[in-house]
Design a binder for this molecule. Structure first.
Ligand code: SF4
Length: 215
């Protein structure tokens, strides 16, 4: 790292950040092997974070599916901030706003009510269904803490101010599951992350299994 050793180490989502006297190093999740060095270019990092280990598109930047075994070195804090923003968009802004007590949050009810077109009707999801969606997607799968739900970001968690489109999409699909519960099938990791309508989607099957247990 630097001649005098690391000065600050911090965690942000799945990233470990070490800031030394002469450079800052950002590392992805641990993985077996030597690992690779990525260039400190936000475009490269954005593209790198777009897919997971199996090459699946990552529609949720906060999903705990970042590829592991890589690091990137930055020679300035501004460059590091741009790199972090490429991987976790707006995370640093939301953290700063949270710490200053000025993060503006919008609740799920409001977001679901303002949906139209394809997502119209998602507000019909029951309270229990909403809780289940938050539990499975936000709390179990995302590095962000749903501050809009009252959750406190702890450790490496990033405060989330507003339900995202992936959560809205899960709620929309769950309305149909509450009306007419599909038969669960074994999860298939190759199914796209947010293809909730497709049997075998991991979140869909986890949701259906939890619905089963509730009855
Ligand atoms: S709404 Fe939930 S899943 Fe979406 S970004 Fe926020 S915490 Fe993550």
């Amino acid at each position: 790292v630097s001649d005098t050793g690391p000065v600050i180490t911090a965690l942000l989502g799945e990233l470990t950040i070490t800031i030394g006297d002469t450079e800052a190093v950002v590392e992805g999740p641990p993985a077996p092997g030597e690992g690779i060095e990525l260039p400190p270019d936000p475009e490269v990092l954005r593209a790198w974070a777009r897919t997971d280990t199996s090459g699946r598109y990552r529609p949720l930047p906060g999903a705990r599916t970042l590829r592991g075994g890589w690091r990137v070195r930055f020679t300035s804090l501004d460059a590091m901030a741009a790199g972090l923003d490429a991987i976790y968009p707006l995370a640093q802004l939301h953290l700063a706003q949270w710490e200053d007590g000025c993060l503006e949050v919008v609740g799920l009810d409001e977001v679901l009510r303002r949906q139209s077109g394809r997502y119209d009707g998602s507000a019909a999801l029951s309270e229990a269904g909403r809780e289940l969606a938050v539990d499975l997607l936000c709390r179990a799968t995302c590095v962000k803490a749903p501050a809009w739900h009252g959750d406190q970001p702890a450790g490496a968690a990033i405060p989330c101010p507003e339900p995202c489109s992936v959560l809205v999409s899960l709620c929309r699909e769950a309305v149909a599951w509450e009306r007419d519960r599909p038969e669960p099938v074994p999860p298939r990791p190759e199914v796209p992350f947010a293809a909730f309508e497709e049997p075998g989607n991991e979140l869909r099957e986890a949701y259906l299994a939890r619905m089963e247990r509730r009855t």
